[in-house]
Structure formats: structure tokens, C-alpha cells
Design a protein around this ligand. Structure first.
Ligand code: ACM
Length: 629
């Protein structure tokens, strides 16, 4: 009995104290791993050197973290010593505003940076060197908080490392946005692109237009599939939604700033403006009774980039009241947000109502505008002048290039990279957000498992995101973003599911050197971060473990399947007999599997090293047959 206890305790302590692999995301630019470790104990000192209050505040964030899972904090001291974690500003201009050095020896730890932002990022790396349990929400006793001996010198590749959050389609509260910002900062993102207005809600208080939030922020709660909801009845309560007061916005900006995140506001125009029009119908040319969209169909998408609106959701480009409106709105926005850019939207503006609008016809004659692209370009030009008059720079979606664009405007390339390439060739600054690499609202695995969205973007493809295309001036590519549209995202749990782990991949594309990209090495690091998410009650998607099922006609006239597995080392097991497969069931070997003629259902599971990973997929054979082109 005693022997068993000893063996067991040695085994258990071996587990508890095992050095975890170094799994920093995004991967540091340079890292040398040594042997040994530094142990953080209640005797360790916290030493912010110098008198900079921001250095002291950042050092204090380590105590904030330690006190929860480790249950102790470190005493702050003023001078360098052994058994200490030092924070110091150094004069090393090559580290820029965000780079840092992190040196861990058996005796002490030093985070050094040229600017406080670098210290903040060095601290994020230090957190990731601590055991994953540090992210836990409750006290862990009898645990060794060790940091592996390592030397890191790290500088980001891009200065614009964004995540776009759409708070219009579904509203997220101020506290939810703060927790979104917390996640961003952990992975060294520095820009929140706040999509504040759209057809489904206007989310920012504008003092001169109170109806934008008393009317425009509210619609009818529906459950099911957004975009195909039943139209609300006239008397249904419009009590679903919300908005941020200007005080809320100031609070969020401060909160983000403390985490080295800036906020880019987007005020959409001329399309996607139904919430504004429902509040002030005179902004539209087309007379009518307008309501904020609740997810009922009101646009027709014909494919190939062609679409039309059933309800006129555009600001009229021939109406001076519209420019007066934008001048006042953007004036308040410019006052609130310190970020140098304002995003004017500009995407997906349906022109079918414009084509019937006699005011636009006279505008075209007066301004010598040849077509609807030229009309939109005229509109964008006027908005650009308004934004410039407020002391800000304009950025917009890549449609703003159509019909010509003032040189000073920056372009956010979302319809692939081509808009960004064209813009850079014309000398515009560019932020790369190509839908085929960074649209984290898309499904991330097989449609049989994922909540339905019209397109798929898997983790492996996301990881291939390369913001700088061949043949353009790389200096004009400011960086990129993960774009999180929220039509199909109803709550924070699902929001995180959609964003992570793809957010890890994009963080790495934007921070780490291009040469550091390594899919095989990335996957085990992702798995370490899954543990961090689990202990901190944050959801993530397990989709990377699950295959996408491809179906084709078999040589004998039936159907055959292939499983597209993206993670190395995962084996896929399946059944056609309705029973639940496990790792003793047939495994997919890479050779197409013929579907038995009488089969009605396929079930699939994934294993790695004998461990079940991901979810069980169940697909009817009838549905599979529909996948054959
Ligand atoms: C966009 O996704 N319509 C910018």
C-alpha cells in the first residue's frame, strides 16, 4: 500500500511539475531555449526599474494574474536582485514601440523594451511561458509555477494587427467587448475595428441625432437562422439590441488603451444603412415606412458579386441632408475616438433604387458622372472631405476604389487580395482582410457539424494568410485583420467558438516573421492554448480535428468518400451501420471509401494518439449524395 502511494505520488508530481512545451502564439521572432527553469514563488520580487508609472502598472498586471490561480502576489522592489522578475525600459530603437526582449535564467527574469508597449507584449509572452493553469479561474495549491530558461527577442511584422467586431447584426455589451479586447491583447492584436452601424442596428449614441439609438438600436428578437427569419409583425415589440453611450465609448477606449489596443470606428455608408434610415427616413430617396432589419430577407444575392435590395437601405447621394447628417455624425465620432482613421464602410451598396432616382439623374448630369460607380465615387469623395475636415484619415472597404478614389484614402481589401493590390499600385495604404483567409464568420469545418454559413474557411487555410502580395510596395501594406461578422453569432460563447483558433493563426500571420510559418509546429501550440481556454471557461472550436467529407461518383457507379484531414497525426474512423465508431473501427487510409449501396447514414470520429478529439459527425447518405457536383 505504502509503495503504491509513493509510486503514485512520484507519478502525480511528475505530471504536475512536468515542463510544458514552449507554445507562444504568435511565435516570437527569435527564441533560444536553454535548460532549467525559473520558479516563481511568494519570495520572488517584482522589480519595475525606473520611475515610469506605466512600467509599474504593467508589472502589476503580473500580480493581477498570479493572485487568482497561484494565490499569491509578489512584493514590489526597486532594485535589481536575484529571484526577481524585472521590467525595464532600454534604449534599443530597433525594438520600436512594440518589440521586447525577454530573458529567463534559473536566477531571474528580465523583460526589457524600448517603449512600454513592448513591456506589455513581453509580459504576454511571460504569461504564455507559465503553465497553462495560470489562466485558471480558481486557486491551485501545491503547484510549481515555473518558467523555462529562454531568451527571446521579438518584434512584430506589422503595425496594424486587427480584429473587426460587428456589433450591429448582434449587439455585444460593453463588458463583452472588454472581454473581447482582453483576448485580443493576449495574442498581441492591437486594433479593434468596431463595426458600429449596419441594417440591423445603430450602436453608438450621437447627440445630434437621438433617434439613431432610440429607434435605430432596436429590432425584434428571432431565433433560428438569421437572414431567413419571418418578417416581424407591425406590433411586435422592438426591444432587442442596445447601444453604447458616448461615456461607454470613452470607457472602452480607455480600457483598450490600457491593453495597447486602439479602436477604429466604422460608420457605414452609403449602403448597409437601414438602421439610420429607419431612424431618419428622409436620408433615403425612396419614400416608405422603414424598420430596422431583424434578420428577415431584404437583399437578393445573385452570385458573382451581383445583388439588389428589396428595401432601399442606402443614403441618397444626391441629397444635401445626407452630407449634413454625415458631417455631424462623423464630427461627434472624430471627437470621441483618438485613432487617426475613420472607416466609412462603402461596401455592398445596392444601386437598384439609385437607377430609378431622378435626383441622382440630375446629379449625374450636373457633376458629369457616367455611371453608378461614378455616383458612388462622388459620394465617397464627399465623405472623404468630411472626414479630412475633422482631422482624420479615411479608410473604407475596397469598393471605394470603383470609379476613382482620392489618394489619401486607405483601402481595406476584403474581396480577396485584388482590391488591395490595385490600391497599393495606385499608392493607397492598404489593410488586408481577404475573405478567403480571414473571414472568421465562415464555417471552419464540415457543413454537417458547423452552424450554417454560406462559405467555409478552415484553420489550415487561415494559417496560410500572407498579407503582402508579390509585386506591390510592401511599405503600403499596413497589416491585416480577422473579420468577425455576427449575423449568425448570437452570444459570446459562439463568438469565441468562431474566432478561436483561427484568431491564433491570424495573430501569427500579422506578428511573426514570414519565415516562422510552420503548420506542423503550429498545431501542438494551438492545443496548448486550447488548455488555456478550457481552464478559463472560454469556448473554442475543435473543428481542426474533424475531417471535411468529400463525395464523388465511384468507378462502379455508386458513391465514394474521401476525408480531408487537416491536422497531422489525426486518424478518422467511420461506420455505415448506425453504430457509434471508435478507434477500433475502420480507419480512413487515404484511399477512397465506397459507400455501401444500402447505407443510409455515415458516422465519423477523430482520434489522435488513442484519444478522442473533436465531435462525432453524423451525415445522412442522402445529404452526402447532394454534395456531388
Ligand atoms: C464585407 O464583408 N461586406 C466588407
Amino acid at each position: 500500500m505504502k509503495i503504491i502511494t509513493i509510486i503514485l505520488s512520484v507519478f502525480l508530481s511528475g505530471v504536475a511539475f512536468a515542463q510544458q512545451p514552449i507554445s507562444i502564439i504568435p511565435r516570437p521572432a527569435e527564441m533560444r531555449v536553454g535548460t532549467g527553469k525559473f520558479i516563481v514563488s511568494p519570495n520572488t520580487a517584482l522589480v519595475p526599474l525606473g520611475n515610469d508609472p506605466e512600467v509599474r502598472r504593467i508589472a502589476g498586471l503580473l500580480n493581477e494574474k498570479l493572485k487568482i490561480a497561484a494565490g499569491f502576489t509578489l512584493k514590489t522592489e526597486q532594485t535589481q536582485r536575484k529571484d526577481a522578475i524585472h521590467f525595464k525600459l532600454i534604449n534599443e530603437p530597433a525594438l520600436g514601440n512594440e518589440g521586447y526582449r525577454l530573458h529567463v535564467t534559473g536566477e531571474d527574469v528580465t523583460i526589457a523594451a524600448n517603449k512600454s508597449g513592448g513591456l506589455f507584449y513581453g509580459l504576454q509572452s511571460l504569461f504564455q511561458l507559465l503553465p497553462y493553469q495560470i489562466e485558471g479561474k480558481s486557486l491551485i495549491t501545491n503547484f510549481q509555477w515555473s518558467i523555462p530558461v529562454v531568451e527571446i527577442r521579438d518584434v512584430p511584422r506589422f503595425g496594424w494587427r486587427g480584429q473587426m467586431l460587428d456589433v450591429s447584426r448582434h449587439f455585444f455589451t460593453k463588458d463583452e467587448v472588454k472581454s473581447f479586447i482582453d483576448d485580443m491583447a493576449q495574442y498581441k492584436y492591437n486594433l479593434l475595428h468596431f463595426h458600429l452601424t449596419d441594417d440591423q442596428g445603430w450602436r453608438i449614441e450621437i447627440k445630434q441625432y437621438p433617434k439613431l439609438t432610440s429607434v435605430g438600436a432596436w429590432n425584434v428578437k428571432k431565433e433560428g437562422r438569421f437572414g431567413a427569419f419571418s418578417p416581424p409583425a407591425v406590433n411586435e415589440p422592438r426591444d432587442y439590441g442596445g447601444f453604447y453611450t458616448q461615456d461607454d465609448i470613452r470607457e472602452l477606449i480607455r480600457y483598450a488603451k490600457d491593453r495597447y489596443v486602439e479602436i477604429l470606428p466604422e460608420i457605414e455608408s452609403p449602403g448597409h444603412s437601414l438602421a439610420a434610415i429607419a431612424s431618419y427616413p428622409e436620408l433615403s430617396y425612396t419614400p416608405g415606412t422603414y424598420v430596422v432589419n431583424s434578420g428577415e430577407t431584404f437583399m437578393d444575392w445573385f452570385g458573382g458579386g451581383k445583388f439588389a435590395a428589396r428595401v432601399d437601405n442606402t443614403l441618397c447621394p444626391a441629397n444635401d441632408k445626407v452630407y449634413e447628417f454625415l458631417d455631424k455624425v462623423l464630427g461627434e465620432v472624430a471627437q470621441l475616438f483618438p485613432f487617426p482613421y475613420i472607416h466609412m464602410g462603402g461596401d455592398e451598396c445596392a444601386k437598384n433604387f439609385w437607377e430609378k432616382n431622378p435626383q441622382i439623374k440630375s446629379l449625374m448630369a450636373r457633376e458629369k458622372l457616367g455611371d453608378m460607380d461614378a455616383v458612388q465615387s462622388y459620394f465617397v469623395g464627399r465623405v472623404s472631405s468630411i472626414i479630412t475636415s475633422k482631422g482624420k484619415k479615411m479608410i473604407g472597404w475596397d469598393e471605394i476604389l470603383e470609379g476613382g478614389l482620392v489618394k489619401s484614402a486607405a483601402v481595406m481589401s476584403w474581396r480577396g487580395m485584388k482590391g488591395g493590390i490595385e490600391a497599393a499600385k495606385k499608392g493607397h495604404e492598404v489593410v488586408m482582410t481577404p475573405s478567403d483567409f480571414v473571414y472568421v464568420d465562415y464555417m471552419q469545418g464540415d457543413a454537417a457539424l458547423e452552424p450554417p454559413v454560406y462559405a467555409t474557411l478552415r484553420l489550415k487555410k487561415t494559417y496560410q494568410f500572407e498579407p503582402v502580395p508579390e509585386g506591390v510596395n510592401a511599405n503600403l501594406i499596413k497589416g491585416g485583420q480577422a473579420n468577425l461578422w455576427t449575423e449568425q453569432i448570437y452570444n459570446m460563447r459562439h463568438l469565441r467558438y468562431m474566432l478561436w483558433p483561427r484568431g491564433f493563426a491570424i495573430a501569427e500571420a500579422l506578428w511573426s516573421p514570414k519565415s516562422a510559418r510552420d503548420w506542423k509546429g503550429f498545431v501542438p501550440r494551438v492545443e496548448e492554448h486550447f488548455k488555456r481556454f478550457e481552464v478559463s471557461d472560454r469556448k473554442y472550436a475543435p473543428s481542426m480535428y474533424e475531417p471535411v467529407v468529400n463525395v464523388k461518383r465511384s468507378a462502379t457507379g455508386g458513391f465514394a468518400l474521401d476525408f480531408d484531414v487537416e491536422v497531422p497525426g489525426v486518424t478518422v474512423h467511420y461506420s455505415f451501420d448506425h453504430s457509434f465508431p471508435d478507434n477500433f473501427y475502420p480507419a480512413y487510409s487515404g484511399k477512397s471509401i465506397v459507400v455501401p449501396v444500402d447505407a443510409t447514414v455515415l458516422r465519423v470520429v477523430s482520434y489522435t494518439s488513442g484519444r478522442l478529439v473533436g465531435r462525432t459527425m453524423t451525415i445522412s447518405i442522402a445529404d452526402l449524395k447532394k454534395r456531388v457536383k
